[in-house]
Design a protein around this ligand. Sequence first.
Ligand code: PLP
Length: 443
Amino acid sequence: MKTAKDARQSQSIVEKDRENVWHHISQYNDKKQPVVVTEGKGAWITDYAGNKYLDGMSGLWCVNVGYGREELARAAYEQMQQMAYTSMTQSHVPGIELAEKLNELLDDDYMIFYSNSGSDANEVAFKIARQYHQQNGEPARHKFISRYRAYHGGSLGALSATGQALRKYKYEPLTSGFLHVSPPDNYRRPAGVSVKEYNLQRAQELEDKIVWEQAETVAGVIMEPLITGGGILIPDRVYVEKVQEICKKHGVLLIIDEVICGFGRTGKMFGHQHFDIKPDMVTMAKGLTSAYLPLSVTAVRKDIYKTFEDNGENSHFRHVNTFGGNPAACALALKNIEIMERENLVGRSAVLGERLQQELAELADHPFVGDVRGLGFLMGIEMVEDKNTKKPASPDRVNKIISDCKASGLIIGKNGDTVAGYNNILAICPPLSCTDEDLAFII
Ligand code: PLP
C-alpha cells in the first residue's frame, strides 16, 4: 500500500512546492507553474526545468552586484568560521568597519543601527523619531507623513506608512498616527502646469498637512528619493529640496528610505545624493548585501543620537533584535561595497541607465506607451489604453507584456497602485553588473 511518505517521495519538486510552500504576495504563482530557481550567474537565473532568464528585476530590486559572486560567499564563510555571532548589545569588527564605511559613503556623521530587513529599518526609524522628540522636550510629536503610492514595508508600522491601499486591505486597523499626501506624478500633472510649479504644489500639500495636523504633533516625514514600487515616480529636484526646507521649518525629521534607491541603483551611491539635502535618518537594506544575506541599517544623525545618551532613566534606545548586524552579513556587505567600488558599478549604473533610456525612448511612439522614464539603472514604462486620455492600460494588456517578456527570457516587473487603477507601469531594474550583451538582450 502506498503511504503518504511514498506519495511525497514520488512528487516532483514543483508539486512539492505547490503542496508545501506559501509564496509571497502571489496568488497566481500557486495556480500556474511556479519558477523554482536553482542557479544564478551574473544577471541570469536558471530554473529547475533548465530555462534561463535575464533577471530584469534583480530579484526584488536587490541583487545589485549580480548572482554567483564567490567573493561574497567567501567573506561570509570566513567570518562564520572566525566568529559566527555576537549580538549588537556588544560589538564586532565587521560591524564597526561597515558603519565607518557607510559614513564615508553618506559623506556625513551618522550612528548606524543594524536590523534585518527594510521594514525593520523603517520601524526603527519611527521608534527613534518618537523617542527623540519625547527626550527633546516635544513629547506630542508622534505622527508620520508619507506619500500615497509609496511602499515602506510589510510590518504593521511600515505598512501604516505605506500608501497603497490594497497592501493594507483586510489588515486594518494598523498603527495610528500615519498620514499620507500625494506624490509628484509628473506624467499625470494637470495640463498647462509646469513640472516645477506642479512639484512645488505637491510640496505645499505636504506643508499644509503638517500645519493642519498641528506641526507640534508631527514627528517625521518618510519618503524614498523617488517612488519605486509605486510606479517609478521621479520628482523634480525642487520638490525634494523644498520638502527638506519644510521639515526643517516645522521641526519634523526627514527620513529617507533608500531600501531600493541605495547602493548605486539610481546612478549615485544613494538616491538622495541627486539632491541638495541632508536627511536626518537614512534607511537601507536590499543592495547593502545585494541580498546575499539579510541586513539592514537605520543611519541616524549624531545630534539625534545625543539625546539618547545620559538623558535620565530609560533614555537609551530600548530596541534589540537577535539577528540585526550579524557579523557574516556585515563582512559580506563590506565585500559587496568593495566590489561596487572596484568595478565602478555606480558609474556603470548611470551609463547603462542612460543607454537603456535612450534606446527605450523610441517606445514612446507606441500607441500603448504613455511615458518612458528612469533614473540610473531603474526604469518605468507607463502603459495606457489611450495616449490622450492617459487611461491606464488594462491588467490583461500589462500582464501579457510581462508574460511575453518571460517567454522570451526576460523578467520584468509590474508596479503602481492597484486600487487607484495605476498598476500599469512596467519596471526594469537589472543587476548593475549587466554586461553590454545583457543590456542588448533587454533592449
Ligand atoms: N522600503 C522600500 C522602498 C521597499 O521597496 C521595501 C521592500 O520592497 C521595503 C522598504 C521593505 O523592505 P523588506 O522587504 O526588506 O522588509
